[in-house]
Design a protein around this ligand. Structure first.
Ligand SMILES: NC(=O)c1ccc[n+]([C@@H]2O[C@H](COP(=O)([O-])OP(=O)(O)OC[C@H]3O[C@@H](n4cnc5c(N)ncnc54)[C@H](O)[C@@H]3O)[C@@H](O)[C@H]2O)c1
Length: 387
């Protein structure tokens, strides 16, 4: 069944947003992605740390005055009192605010979708995980890349054993936007990401290394046993890492090398994952996301195209338009939201939710632990640390 049709029959959800004010990056991506399937309407918000910005943003988004809030505490508490309370909140604010905001909404009995990294401290992430469980609430963490059709295809191929036992994983995320001291120019995104009080213990691993960790984990199902890392800051005066190399040992004996960099001149958003197994290999790149490179021992290398008739069910189910018409970032977010929304409806109706397929609060917790261990290893002189 088409997920969108199912939910329209069940009725539309409503949501609120914290973050996503003027000039911000990801909040607007979330809003557009949610709108893709018409599954939920934006009805409430606290869009900015600056109330005037919140008011202007709310006006542009046609949010009614009585549901525009000066701060997230008022929003959670006032919404909880309403008979038409939002079904979920979407949190798109800097890292240090995720924990208090998500906690406030969970305590108000409201389901949560939160940006990554879930929190800046592992204990905070664990508390959110426990709280969501205790309250019986749904909690998604928007690790974008799990929403891509070809990532799902790779996952399904790996799960059914097509490339055999995984031996080696190479994950890289190369960007160059912080190759200069952009934070000194007033750039909003650079300022908080390089400020430990807002971003947490790591800039580069927290911001993009965490995406490697989640994408590999989602595609392979492998669990990290231990890691050894070197986090460095190449731009003079920068307080946190802008480049990191991380060696990884997985529980099944596989080995991995992760490289995350914001000083890799000539690279925009180069997330690439290569997975090598005993029978074959798989390679996916986020800047060319509609294709998957697959190889089997002794056979010519194949390039699979999103939308091809050979796509496996999990990938076919999220592929929206015919092959050759590129899908990308917005669709990936939309796929996460569509599954989250349908799962929410099914839970409300007491239906089976075993086809839930979005990154959860537990994935968020694993990500925060990964970041903490990468920092710990590097600070202790690049020693191996267990996860
Ligand atoms: N999943 C992804 O691919 C992806 C991509 C980019 C950013 N992110 C994550 O999204 C989050 C936001 O990043 P961004 O680049 O959009 O940041 P941004 O600086 O562009 O926007 C942050 C917004 O949050 C608002 N804000 C801050 N504190 C607030 C508060 N207490 N209450 C209400 N609003 C508040 C700001 O005013 C601003 O509008 C970060 O955690 C980041 O790691 C994820």
């Amino acid at each position: 069944m088409i997920e969108g049709r199912e939910i329209v029959a069940a009725g539309k959800l409503s949501y609120g947003m914290v973050g996503g004010g003027e000039g911000s990056f990801i909040g607007d991506v979330h809003r557009k992605a949610i709108a893709f399937d018409g599954l939920a309407s934006l009805v409430a918000g606290c869009f900015s740390i600056d109330y005037d910005d919140t008011l202007r943003t709310a006006k542009k988004l046609h949010v009614s005055d009585d549901r525009v809030y000066e701060n997230y505490v008022d929003m959670a508490r006032e919404e909880a009192k309403r008979s038409d309370c939002i079904d979920f909140v979407s949190i798109a604010t800097p890292n240090n605010t995720h924990f208090p905001i998500a906690k406030e909404f969970l305590n108000a009995g409201i389901n949560v979708v939160c940006e990554k990294p879930l929190a800046i401290e592992e204990a905070e992430a664990a508390e959110l995980s426990m709280l969501a469980k205790d309250k019986g609430l749904l909690f998604a963490v928007t690790y974008t890349y799990s929403g891509y059709a070809m990532v799902k295809h790779a996952r399904e191929m790996i799960k059914r054993g097509d490339i055999g036992e995984i031996r080696v994983v190479m994950g890289e995320y190369a960007q160059d936007w912080l190759a200069t001291k952009l934070e000194d120019t007033g750039n909003m995104q650079a300022s908080w990401r390089t400020d430990p009080s807002q971003t947490g213990k790591s800039n580069c691993v927290g911001d993009i290394g965490s995406h490697i960790e989640n994408t590999v984990s989602y595609m392979t199902g492998l669990k990290i046993d231990s890691l050894c890392s070197s986090l460095d800051s190449f731009v003079t005066g920068r307080k946190l890492d802008d480049n990191a190399e991380i060696l990884v040992r997985f529980e099944n004996g596989a080995r991995g090398v992760y490289w995350a960099s914001q000083v890799a001149v000539g690279h925009d958003n180069g997330l690439r994952v290569r997975i090598f197994g005993s029978k074959g290999s798989i390679e996916w790149e986020q800047e060319n996301p509609n294709y998957l490179k697959v190889a089997f021992i002794g056979e010519p290398v194949q390039v699979l195209s999103r939308g091809g008739g050979y796509m496996l069910p999990s990938a076919a189910g999220v592929s929206r338009i015919p092959a050759g018409h590129p899908e990308g970032y917005y669709e990936a977010f939309a796929n996460i939201y569509r599954n989250f929304a349908t799962t929410l409806i099914k839970r409300k109706n007491g239906d089976d939710t075993s086809d839930a397929d979005f990154p959860t609060v537990e994935d968020g917790l694993s990500g925060v632990r990964f970041i903490a261990k990468a920092v710990e290893s590097s600070q202790k002189g690049s020693i191996w640390v267990s996860l």
